[in-house]
Design a binder for this molecule. Structure first.
Ligand SMILES: Nc1ncnc2c1ncn2[C@@H]1O[C@H](COP(=O)(O)OP(=O)(O)O)[C@@H](O)[C@H]1O
Ligand SMILES: [Mg+2]
Length: 413
């Protein structure tokens, strides 16, 4: 998969830019706060369906404007898809955003997830090892939903049932009496969803574990042994048996009601899951050095790319936001040599760190503009936008932002 170009209009500090990329290593460079990450944010919007850093979509709209646009052309050559595709998004400041696939409006955000796949690695991912379980669950959710869109649907359904169930658990005991049967129905529903989601997570984690082992072997010349396992409160090892797993979750929910009434919340289920990450048999959260944690995070991101390739037949686009400067030379060279034949878009402060790397394309960004085209842009910007050709104006907005809910009921354990 390879991103050919992205057009951004009134997106963050970018007024009107078209940026072309090569199939290889692309380096976006420039000083701080110029708009480098904003470009990656625009690209990744098409992989995840939402920004990786904005709390609300309206943050993406240029301060003095009412609507932001992003349109991306990319090449897909996987098992079932050949050829070029265009994805677009229109983000009005005060309404829900709307995605377009080859100029046709998608009825839901989740409809376009999986069309374009990217692996993002940014400084906050270095905390994937030591931060709270919700960060690791988010890693899983984002990775799995790009590969299997049904996962998004299941997670949304799950969140919805938990919300309804919590509403009953929070009720005053007298009021609750009339809802006990309902609670049982929700517990059944939740147990099935837990089983299905846990099976998908288990499958993903197994693959993740084996790929992380491969990368670690190379990175440390076999000196360090990582292990990633799935921690879930059903404590089930046999994920082949859906019915068994469902019964375990149901028992947990049924037998701990008193405790749940006390807390007014659902205390069991896949929203409590975690990844256990070990290095040389010790929990990496507590016993690994910062360098080892960085290597683990890096290996997990590389593994994410390999699993994506296994599913679809081609590599996703790798987006590295400011992470290379944080890595030492050995890890940096390892990463650059591992990704040579894929498309990678990297942001960095300057070009100097890439002397030994075969970079296909350097793009300098200043004040939200591509440097080479500064003059052209001034002329272009004084004219009306030509986005009406790419995206027809939206009349009705009723999108349910389903992917946005993923992880909403995460708790910080
Ligand atoms: N909605 C917005 N409208 C206009 N400018 C914005 C908006 N959101 C962020 N910015 C600006 O974008 C710049 C940061 O861009 P970013 O891509 O994070 O920088 P960097 O080049 O360091 O990666 C800052 O100058 C910030 O003020
Ligand atoms: Mg940045």
């Amino acid at each position: 998969m390879y991103c050919k170009k992205i057009k951004l209009q009134d997106f963050r500090n970018i007024e009107n830019e078209e940026i072309e990329f090569s199939d290889g290593i692309n380096v976006i460079f420039g000083e701080n706060a110029q708009g480098k990450t904003n470009i990656l944010e625009g690209i990744y919007l098409f992989a995840r369906g939402k920004s990786f850093r904005a709390f609300k979509d309206k943050e993406l709209v240029k301060f003095d404007k009412s609507c932001a646009y992003a349109i991306m052309d990319f090449e897909k050559n996987g098992i079932n898809n050949n050829g070029e595709m265009t994805l677009g998004v229109e983000i009005p400041k005060y309404q829900n955003k709307r995605f377009y696939r080859n100029k046709v409006k998608a009825s839901k955000t989740s409809e376009i997830i999986g069309e374009f796949r990217a692996v993002l690695f940014c400084p906050s991912h270095l905390g994937i090892i030591k931060d709270s379980p919700s960060v690791r669950r988010r890693f899983l959710d984002v990775a799995i939903s790009q590969l299997r869109p049904i996962y998004i649907k299941m997670m949304n359904q799950y969140n919805h049932v938990v919300e309804n169930r919590n509403a009953i658990l929070k009720m005053d005991p007298k009021e609750r009496v009339g809802f006990i049967d309902m609670l049982d129905v929700y517990s059944q529903e939740l147990a099935y969803l837990c089983a299905d989601i846990a099976i998908m997570r288990e499958e993903y984690i197994k693959k993740l574990d084996s790929w992380v082992k491969v990368f670690f072997e190379e990175m440390t010349k076999g000196k360090e042994k990582p292990k990633i396992t799935y921690e879930n409160n059903a404590e089930e090892k046999d994920f082949e048996k859906r019915e068994l797993l469902k019964n375990k979750y149901f028992e947990l929910l049924k037998n701990n009601l008193e405790r749940e009434f006390k807390y007014g919340a659902t205390l069991y289920g896949i929203h409590k899951d975690d990844l256990k990450i070990e290095l040389n048999g010790k929990d990496a959260r507590f016993y690994s050095s910062q360098g080892q944690q960085r290597s683990l995070a890096l290996a997990m991101k590389m593994a994410e790319g390999e699993i994506s390739r296994e599913y679809s037949g081609e590599y996703p686009v790798f987006l590295f936001d400011d992470v290379l400067s944080e890595l030492d030379d050995t890890r940096k060279q390892f990463i650059l040599s591992s990704i040579e034949k894929r498309q990678v878009i990297i942001t960095a402060c300057d070009k100097s760190g890439f002397d030994k790397t075969k970079v296909a394309n350097f793009i300098e960004i200043k004040n939200g503009q591509k440097i080479e085209n500064c003059k052209d842009n001034i002329e272009e910007n004084s004219q009306q936008s030509d986005y009406s050709e790419d995206i027809e104006k939206i009349e009705d907005i009723e999108d349910i932002e389903d992917i946005d809910n993923i992880g909403n009921i995460d708790d910080e354990d």
